[in-house]
Design a protein around this ligand. Sequence first.
Ligand SMILES: [Zn+2]
Length: 116
Amino acid sequence: MFSSWLKVTDKCEICGLDYRFASPDDGPAFFSLCVVAFALLFVIVWLQVAIGLPIGLLFIIAIPLMAVGCILPLRPIKGWLVASQFVNKAIEAGTEQLWTDMHDREDEAGNGRLDP
Ligand SMILES: [Zn+2]
C-alpha cells in the first residue's frame, strides 16, 4: 500500500485497487497528536511529578519520546484512514461527478473499480 514511509502507491500490487481515492490529508497527524501525544503528555507529566527530574533531563527524555511516539504511528493510522475511506466510500464533497467519470473510464479500460 505504501511506496515510501507515508506515500501511498497508485495501485495495489496484489489486487490492482486504484489508490487515487486515498486522501487522508492531515488525518494521520491529527489522530497521532490527539491520541498518542495526549497520552504521552500524561506520561511525561507523571515522570516530572513522581520523580521530579531536573528540567534539562526531562526535556532530553520528553522531546525524543514525543517525536518518536508521534511519528511511528503515522503509517498505521494512514493505512487505517485509507482503508476507512475505501470501506465507507468516502469522497470529497462536491466531487461525485468527477468520481463517477473516473470510475466509468476505469471500467472501459478494464481496470479495477472502487466498489468491493
Ligand atoms: Zn489490494
